[in-house]
Design a protein around this ligand. Structure first.
Ligand SMILES: [Cu+2]
Length: 400
């Protein structure tokens, strides 16, 4: 209710007069918040249980070791954009993902490591994952643990992020090379190409199909714009990025969820599609850039309380247990240990004066801006052959 009112006021521009929070006066929510909430509760309230062995494995991921360099410093490794990875990094990431789908923490139970992660991203297990102040810290811990599971198969692997602003301004964003056998596989229907062809789904997430499927939308406004990425630089405190107090960041991230379609468009099931990890690494990155360059007060303790406004209910309080991460409370997700011991974000490829500055075989330089290359058969209307991936050329508006 509060958020609805807030959004209405924001959209109408009334609050603009009274508070700086609505200074992005043309911001409108990309997704229907009520539909998002409905999705979130769809899974019901019944907690999904792990077997003893699975629980042991899950808890062990929370004890991830810091890898140390000879000079005594932590071996911080970069999270790069999916298209910035070298081919060996990319293959390593895809191998690690498949290994989590093929490995069962308890051989007497059907669920793989990957499936258990999908199940944990469920309202009954993780009440504070969405719609409130714990959204960012909860997903930081979730990704960090998943990265730990990936590392148990492929040491040194990091989750790449998906900067969808690289796709947004293509003639047809869906024609991005992202949705090809070279990266995430096809964009429509059952995924039958690329590293996740015939990727299994949880029983509760099939929506009528056994395997991962997508329905990538033609609506480019669902993707991140530069303004969506940069707006936190006008904010000052962590609480200015949290749902209900200032809903933009959480609501914006629903855009690419809906854009991809299939399980990604279902809050409960969304980790079923491996692009989930990269979308959330990007959200985490927006937050991290804010933490590093803009946040003005204490990084680790500035968690809002009910005195700051509606923070999303009891499970989002700073002292509430961060379920299903045993022994953790929400505020611990603000710790700097993640980015001082494990990962940092590689610079985004944005401006360019030539192809080489985009540093990727999957990106090209168009009028000073790096953009995603276009897959075979895709529209390159108004662009040169540089826009087409591989040996394809742009002929009569198509990459052939
Ligand atoms: Cu999400």
């Amino acid at each position: 209710m509060a958020v609805k009112l807030y959004l209405k006021l924001c959209v109408l521009g009334f609050v603009y007069i009274f508070t700086a929070r609505c200074q992005i006066s043309d911001w409108k929510p990309k997704v229907n918040v009520d539909k998002m909430r409905e999705n979130w509760f769809r899974g019901g309230l019944e907690k999904i249980k792990m077997t003893e062995k699975q629980q042991e494995w899950w808890d062990s991921l929370g004890q991830r070791k810091v890898s140390m360099l000879d000079n005594g410093k932590a071996n911080l490794l970069p999270r790069k954009e999916l298209r910035q990875l070298t081919s060996s990094e990319r293959n390593q990431y895809f191998r690690a993902l498949r290994a989590t789908m093929d490995t069962k923490p308890d051989p007497n139970d059907v669920r793989s490591e990957y499936m258990l992660f999908v199940e944990m991203h469920h309202f009954a297990n993780s009440p504070a994952a969405h719609f409130g102040a714990a959204f960012l810290p909860w997903h930081r811990e979730f990704l960090w643990r998943f990265e730990g599971a990936l590392e148990s198969h492929e040491p040194g692997v990091r989750i790449p992020f998906w900067d969808s602003s690289l796709d947004r301004d293509l003639p047809v964003p869906e024609d991005s090379i992202l949705w090809s056998e070279h990266l995430m596989g096809n964009s429509q229907g059952v995924v039958t190409s690329g590293p996740f062809a015939f990727w299994p789904l949880l029983q509760a997430c099939t929506h009528g199909g056994t395997y991962l499927h997508r329905n990538v939308a033609t609506r480019n406004w669902l993707l991140y714009s530069d303004d969506d990425i940069n707006y936190p630089s006008t904010e000052r405190m962590f609480r200015d990025l949290v749902m209900y107090i200032s809903p933009r960041l959480e609501i914006d991230h629903g855009g690419p969820h809906s854009y991809v379609g299939g399980p990604m468009d279902d809050l409960y099931c969304s980790p079923s599609d491996p692009i989930f990890w990269s979308l959330h690494a990007f959200v985490d990155r927006i937050w991290e850039d804010f933490r590093l360059y803009t946040q003005i007060t204490d990084l680790e303790t500035e968690y809002p309380t009910s005195a700051d406004g509606d923070i999303g209910g009891d499970s989002h309080q700073f002292f509430a247990p961060m379920r299903p991460f045993n022994g953790m409370t929400n505020i611990q997700g603000l710790s700097t240990h993640y980015t001082s011991n494990y990962y940092f974000y590689w610079p985004r490829s944005i401006t360019c004066s030539g192809h080489w500055q985009c540093v990727s075989d999957f990106l090209f330089c168009d009028a000073g801006r790096c953009r995603s290359m276009i897959r075979q058969g895709g529209s390159c209307q108004g662009l040169s052959s540089e826009a087409c991936y591989g040996n394809a050329i742009c002929s009569l508006g198509r990459c052939v």
